[in-house]
Design a protein around this ligand. Structure first.
Ligand SMILES: [Zn+2]
Length: 422
C-alpha cells in the first residue's frame, strides 16, 4: 500500500518554494511539495466534500487540471468514519486520487450546520443585521464551549463532540497531505465581544492542535508527513486579524510550528483584499497561505494579488448542478430556452472536455430532461474554468502582465452578466 501511496511523490516531507514574488504587491508564484506530489501556486483546489467531486471521475478532474482535491473531515467522520479511510490507506487511496489532498478541520461544518448560517463565506456586510446568532439561537445543533463543540449529526441526529484533539485524530486517520487546525468559525452576525472570545478560543485550540499533531506524527511515523495549517480568524476587524496572524504565525508548541496558514471566517466581500493583506503582510513569506471557501472569479484575483497561494470553494460544482456556468462573458443558466437551438459550446475559448465535445443545445436538453450527465458535463466545465483562470494568473505573474490580464478578464467577465455572485 505504501508504495502506491508514494507513487507520485519524491519526498516524505512538506516544503514550499517561492519561484517569483511581485515587487509591488504581495502576489507570488511557488510550489507546495507534498508526499503525494507538488502543487504549482497560485492554484484553485476543487472540493470533493465526501471524498468525491460530485458526478465527476477523478481521472476527469486530473484531465481538467486539478492539482489537488479538498475534502471535509466533518462529513467523512460521520460517514463512512475516519477509521475506514485509515484502513483504506488514506483519503487519496480511498477515492482513487493519486495527487495531493487537503481536509478541513470540521470546525466550519460543525458550526455552520449547527448554527444554520449560509454556507457562503464571502458576505455582504450591508445586508447583515447586528445579531449574535451563536449565542442567541436556541434551536442550534452545535454548542461551543472552551473545550470543544458538541453537535448533532445532520444525518441521523446522533450526538457527537469535536475537540482540537479529536479533529487532529480524525484528520490523521483520513490522511490528507494538508490539514487545518480546529478553529471556531464565526460569521459577520457575531458581535465584536463574541469575535474576541472566539479568537482567544481558536488560539488555545491551536496550541492543542499542534501538541496532538506532534503526538500523532510521532505515533504514526511510518505514514507520509501530513502538514498542519493554522487558521487565521478575526472577521472584519483589523486589530483582531493582525493579532491572530502575529500570534499564530509565531506559535510553537511541542517543538512544532504550523506548516502554513488558512485565512478563514467571515469575510466581507467588499473588504476581502484589505483583510487578506492585513494578514499576509504579517505571516511569514516562506509558508503557504490558503484562502478558505473563496472561489468566485473576481475574488480569486483579489486573493492572488494579496498573497494567497491556494483557494477552495464548492461554488463551481454546486452552481453547475443547477445549470449555471461560468464563461468569459459572465455567468448564465443553460436551462434558459434561448439555448434550445444554440449549437455552439458553452464557452468557445474553453478547452475542457465538455466545450470540445458538446453544444449548449445538448446541455440545455439534458438539464431540461434532468439527465445525470448534465451535472457531470457542467461541473467539468466550471471546474476547468476556475482552475484554468488561476493557472492563467500564475502564468501572468511569471510573464509580468498580471494587471493587464486582470483588467482584460474583469472587463469582459462583468460585461454582459453584470452579476457573478451568489
Ligand atoms: Zn468548458
Amino acid at each position: 500500500m505504501r508504495n502506491r501511496e508514494l507513487r507520485f511523490g519524491s519526498t516524505l516531507n512538506f516544503t514550499f518554494d517561492i519561484k517569483h514574488a511581485e515587487s509591488d504587491s504581495l502576489a507570488r508564484v511557488g510550489s507546495i511539495n507534498t508526499p503525494h506530489g507538488s502543487i504549482q501556486t497560485p492554484a484553485f483546489i476543487p472540493v470533493g466534500t465526501k471524498a468525491t467531486v460530485k458526478s465527476v471521475l477523478p481521472e476527469a478532474m486530473a484531465d481538467l487540471g486539478a492539482q489537488a482535491l479538498l475534502s471535509n473531515a466533518y462529513h467523512l467522520y460521520l460517514q463512512p468514519g475516519a477509521d475506514i479511510l485509515d484502513e483504506a490507506g488514506g483519503l487519496g487511496e480511498f477515492m482513487n486520487w493519486p495527487g495531493p489532498t487537503f481536509t478541513d478541520s470540521g470546525g466550519f461544518q460543525v458550526l455552520s450546520l449547527g448554527v444554520g448560517f449560509k454556507k457562503v463565506l464571502a458576505m455582504d456586510a450591508q445586508t447583515f443585521r447586528r445579531d449574535d446568532v451563536i449565542a442567541g439561537n436556541k434551536d442550534r445543533l452545535a454548542h461551543v464551549d472552551d473545550e470543544g463543540v458538541s453537535f448533532k449529526s445532520h444525518l441521523d441526529g446522533s450526538m457527537h463532540r469535536f475537540t482540537p484533539e479529536v479533529s487532529m485524530q480524525v484528520q490523521h486517520q483520513i490522511g490528507a497531505d494538508i490539514m487545518f487546525a480546529f478553529d471556531e468559525c464565526t460569521t459577520l452576525h457575531n458581535t465584536r465581544p463574541y469575535q474576541e472570545l472566539a479568537m482567544d478560543r481558536t488560539y488555545a485550540w491551536a496550541i492543542r492542535c499542534l501538541d496532538e499533531h506532534k503526538r500523532l506524527t510521532d505515533e504514526r511515523s511510518t505514514k507520509p508527513y501530513q502538514a498542519l495549517f493554522g487558521v487565521i480568524q478575526g472577521a472584519q476587524y483589523e486589530d483582531l486579524r493582525k493579532k491572530a496572524a502575529t500570534d499564530l504565525g509565531s506559535l510553537e508548541s511541542s517543538g512544532q510550528c504550523f506548516d502554513g496558514f488558512g485565512i478563514g471566517g467571515a469575510l466581507d466581500k467588499g473588504q476581502l483584499g484589505t483583510i487578506v493583506s492585513w494578514v499576509n503582510q504579517i505571516l511569514s513569506e516562506d509558508k503557504p497561505r490558503h484562502l478558505l471557501g473563496i472561489g468566485a472569479p473576481e475574488d480569486l484575483f483579489v486573493g492572488v494579488e494579496n498573497g494567497c497561494d491556494t483557494f477552495d470553494c464548492v461554488l463551481a460544482s454546486r452552481i453547475a448542478r443547477t445549470s449555471a456556468v461560468y464563461t468569459m462573458e459572465g455567468r448564465f443558466n443553460l436551462s434558459n430556452s434561448r439555448f434550445k437551438r444554440d449549437f455552439t459550446p458553452i464557452d468557445d475559448e474553453c478547452d475542457c472536455y465538455t466545450c470540445t465535445h458538446y453544444t449548449r443545445a445538448y446541455l440545455h436538453h439534458v438539464f431540461r430532461g434532468k439527465e445525470i450527465i448534465s451535472a457531470t458535463l457542467a461541473t467539468i466545465h466550471n471546474e476547468r474554468f476556475i482552475v484554468r483562470l488561476v493557472d492563467q494568473m500564475r502564468q501572468a505573474l511569471l510573464d509580468g502582465n498580471f494587471a493587464e490580464m486582470k483588467a482584460d478578464f474583469l472587463g469582459r467577465y462583468t460585461h454582459r452578466s453584470g452579476q457573478s455572485r451568489d
